[in-house]
Design a protein around this ligand. Structure first.
Ligand SMILES: [Zn+2]
Ligand SMILES: [Zn+2]
Length: 273
């Protein structure tokens, strides 16, 4: 059976989350499953409480009489990289080696959220065999109408080293619906273990009204592709230049007007990529 789902959702257990789990169910009432991934550092002490609330929600039909599955997870910050652990209710250790042991032992779905240059280094150096995939599209951080093409290219390179690394999607819901994107999973039953297994095995595709893509990075775009592609390429160049330009700006006199203008310029391009 095919199930419509949403990954990477923050509830009020995250300090920057506006809606309760029950309200999120209402906002996405036609979705079959929702993975709640609050910021770990905001709520790890409340893990039992969240677990309890999710169990309660899973035993109730939603307002249109539909069964919805809520899956517990966390968004964990490791050295500024954001890693999603879905299907995990454990304490996450600080040490990377210990994290790897936990992944092997508990086998959660592990996704690198909204990856940037530095995150790929972490992946290549130590986590390449421990993550299930990366968010090649995050509807909060990326453009609404097209995915980040440079992330698809990165995925292709990563898959040469580990071809089980898959293309995922994150809604990164905090305070309102970002997009109509969903992940469509083929699984036997609407149960946590079946859904997680299907996601781990790559039995899914991601779709919204502009594009569709598949776990291996294959991609179908509805509409003209040239301009979105060029914009994405431009973003990639800026991402490469950003640390270098940032260094030059740092050495300009603090109050200089040029410095303020340059910061504004950078913010314009880097605020939401
Ligand atoms: Zn994040
Ligand atoms: Zn997030």
């Amino acid at each position: 059976m095919e199930f419509k789902g949403l990954l990477h959702v923050h509830s009020t257990y995250s300090k920057d989350g506006k809606y309760t789990i029950q309200q999120i169910k209402e906002l996405y009432k036609d979705y079959d499953f929702i993975a709640i991934t609050n910021h770990y550092e905001h709520c790890f002490e409340k893990s039992d409480q969240i677990h309890y609330e999710i169990n309660e929600q899973n035993n109730q039909l939603n307002s249109i009489g539909k069964k919805q599955l809520i899956i517990l997870g966390f968004e964990y910050q490791y050295n500024c990289s954001h890693i999603l652990f879905i299907g995990l209710a454990e304490t996450i250790p600080v040490d990377l080696e210990q994290i790897k042991i936990l992944i092997r032992k508990k086998n959660p779905l592990v996704i690198l959220a909204h990856p940037q240059m530095k995150d790929f280094l972490l992946l290549k150096e130590s986590l390449i065999n421990y993550v299930d995939g990366i968010e090649v599209y995050n509807s909060l951080h990326n453009d609404k109408q097209y995915p980040a093409f440079h992330l698809f290219r990165k995925l292709k390179k990563l898959r040469k080293k580990n071809n089980t690394i898959k293309a995922f999607f994150g809604e990164d819901f905090h305070n309102g619906v970002n997009s109509d994107t969903a992940i469509y999973v083929t699984a036997e039953k609407l149960e946590e273990k079946d859904i997680l297994l299907a996601l781990k095995n790559g039995n899914y595709y991601i779709k919204n009204k502009y594009f569709t893509y598949y776990p291996d990075g294959r991609f179908e775009y509805i509409g003209r592709i040239f301009f979105p592609y060029m914009k994405s390429f431009f973003v990639e160049v800026l991402q490469y230049l950003n640390p270098k330009v940032g260094k030059v700006i740092y050495y300009l006199p603090y109050s200089s007007r040029i410095k303020q203008k340059l910061y504004q310029f950078l913010k314009l391009f880097f605020g939401r990529i």
